[in-house]
Design a binder for this molecule. Sequence first.
Ligand code: GDP
Length: 391
Amino acid sequence: MTDQLWLWILLGVVVVVGGGAALLVPRTRRRRTDHLVDEHVDQDIEQDVEQDVEQGAGTTTVAPPETAVEPAPPALETPEPVAGRLIRLRDRLARSGSPLGARLLSVLSRDHLTEDDWDELEETLLLADIGAGPAEELLDALRTRVRVLGVRDPKTVRDLLREELLKVVDPSLDREVATTGPVGDDGARLPAVVLVVGVNGTGKTTTVGKLARVLVAEDRSVVLGAADTFRAAAADQLQTWGARVGVETVRSDRDGADPAAVAFDAVRRGKAEGTDVVLVDTAGRLQNKAGLMDELGKITRVITREAPLAEVLLVLDATTGQNGLNQARVFGEVAGVTGIVLTKLDGTARGGIVVAVQRELGVPVKLVGLGEGPDDLAPFDPEQFVDGLLG
Ligand code: GDP
């Protein structure tokens, strides 16, 4: 009887100890991988810092990165196809932009347009944030055509306005987001690295998540880099977006880790895996220009040692008007922006900001955010956009 009891106790101990060890194994393994990843990033970052010091860039210390590759669970969601998205979202645009379209059309349909009417048109355009230069261009062209035309039925007026709005939005710009990387020295294709910049709160992380879905819908492979290490929840937020469509996120487990190290690690991961696109989210502290330049400059330098940047997308909140334009100017100067993502167009009657910001930066709006839903990001199409504004 006693022998049997001892046997049972012994068996219990074996099971408990064995189970505990099994639980510990994955942790140990993950740490070890982290350590390896950290080590070579450390070396590279150190070289980068040395280079900085040599070049007198003013960077003195770089905290050791603690990056980890988070495994993605199996794909759970199928993102909506990209074609036709703006058509689906046009109603939202029409609802939010209708004051612009409707007001312009109602004034233009008056029998005899007086100076006051033209002033009202100008005011409407300015209130929609189109900018003084483009507003004047548009009105000059309209005046000439209206004068030549004489009689104007509602359809002709609408067509006229549509044509002139389209001209200022500029359908000739290349709005394709570059998502094919170049071929490297070894003959293998490098990932297309897309750096996403902008002030916090504009919808940067959300945009990176939505863009990952766009790419997944187009059968492209994606790695996300959570280089916004400043905002505590940003990496979790990004990882959640990625996990929903089976996309891996490279992130740091430590708040305030060096964003350049995370960006570097993400690109290196993308390269090792033969990934099509690496999307890098960055922090957008409203800081002074020198600080921003330092941070983005370093991220860019470190990334481009692995692969060239395919795109630098600036995310702007359409509801912020002139303030957004000032931000755009600063980012344009420091980050070499190649395309604009205009978010929250669903919540504003200021659709004219598309025109103003393109003029300000000399780069096209490539994507627009029209809601908080996961598939509410659409490629910008000038014709669909103008039709949306005109309702
Ligand atoms: P970040 O700080 O720039 O990374 O901004 P987030 O991605 O965290 O977004 C800030 C808020 O804006 C979130 O509540 C988003 O859901 C919201 N947001 C982002 N894009 C859009 C959009 O196109 N429309 C609307 N209505 N809200 C958006």
